[in-house]
Unconditional design. Structure first.
Length: 336
């Protein structure tokens, strides 16, 4: 018996060289039952062998369509069905079903979607209805220059990434096309287009816990006053974005352990920076998790972050988002 066949029989998550996206979707429930994921990534590539490492749900999913290009040719609203409720447009023309668990953070911002067809790799976004005029966003075909723009301008702000393909696309080609995600550390979700009559999950239940407006670390209106005797300055935004990215990664690493499986989301943070780039004050404007322990952790990370020196002035009031998700549910595109 050939060695490759022996390996496939021993490990149901190993993918044959000619496996298609339709094969992957069909095999996903059995993979979930027979070989639970052990790592937080979607694919592992070792010595020419491809293994699906993604966390998967046991439920069956609809087979992907043979052709997606016709749908991607015009304006299109998108939605993703998650266990917390639908994410995206209520009038979506294309609804996607994830093959595994997702986090709440996907529902709190723009989510890039990558489509691989026999015509190449295309890109669109999941957003609320009405975000784009004319019936939805237009998918963009990605050449080399467009891929670099997505990596540089879109992925650093993404709340997660969704990946799907036509039925006949080889998984190996999908992996090759997604090399642009190799440096992305956020959540990557495999999904398959759902049929028009697919049952949608009920709206998400309200979260437990409550906001305490009197808590010293909460500030509904942010930090906006001008300190007496000081002048508002200018922050070099390119360097500031680098500091925000560093702060985001540090917060996820330090604070995600305090989240339960249904926790997380996007915290809005307000801060005052001094002329040397130090964080003089910080508070949380919005806390969807309603978790005082998580807020305290995030603010510790924020106050340790060093921003660039101001171009002029003595202070800047500055706001940003911090995205958190349970560590067990955040999977990268590729294993290290």
């Amino acid at each position: 018996m050939p060695l490759a066949l022996l390996l496939l029989l021993a490990d149901p998550r190993l993918l044959p060289a000619d496996a298609t996206f339709a094969d992957l979707v069909k095999a996903a429930p059995a993979m979930a039952a027979q070989a639970p994921a052990a790592s937080r990534c979607v694919f592992r590539r070792t010595s020419g062998v491809l293994r699906l490492e993604a966390a998967l749900d046991a439920g069956a999913r609809s087979a992907p369509p043979a052709d997606l290009d016709a749908q991607l040719a015009g304006p299109l609203d998108l939605a993703l069905l998650t266990r917390f409720g639908p994410v995206g447009s209520e009038r979506a023309g294309l609804v996607l079903q994830p093959l595994g668990p997702t986090t709440r953070a996907l529902g709190e911002g723009l989510v890039p979607v990558f489509f691989l067809t026999d015509q190449g790799l295309s890109f669109s976004v999941i957003a609320r209805a009405g975000t784009f005029s004319g019936g939805g966003a237009r998918a963009q075909r990605l050449g080399a220059a467009e891929k670099q723009r997505v990596v540089r301008e879109v992925l650093p702000r993404a709340h997660g990434v969704v990946v799907t393909a036509e039925a006949g696309v080889r998984v190996r080609d999908l992996v090759s096309a997604l090399e642009l995600l190799s440096g992305y550390s956020g959540e990557v979700v495999l999904a398959t287009p759902a049929p028009p009559d697919a049952e949608r999950p009920p709206p998400p239940e309200a979260r437990r816990g409550r906001d305490d407006d009197q808590a010293p670390d909460l500030c509904r209106y942010g930090i906006s006053d001008i300190p007496k005797g000081e002048t508002h300055g200018e922050l070099p935004m390119t360097a500031a974005n680098v500091a925000v990215d560093r702060m985001q990664k540090a917060a996820q690493e330090a604070c995600a352990g305090s989240l339960g499986p249904d926790g997380g989301g996007v915290l809005e943070v307000s801060m005052r920076l001094g002329k040397g780039g130090e964080v003089r004050e910080a508070c949380v404007r919005k806390d969807p998790a309603k978790n005082a322990e998580v807020r305290a952790c995030v603010l510790r990370v924020v106050k340790k972050t060093r921003f660039p020196k101001l171009k002029r002035g003595t202070f800047v009031n500055f706001g940003t988002e911090v995205r958190l998700a349970p560590k067990a549910l955040v999977q990268r595109a590729f294993c290290d």
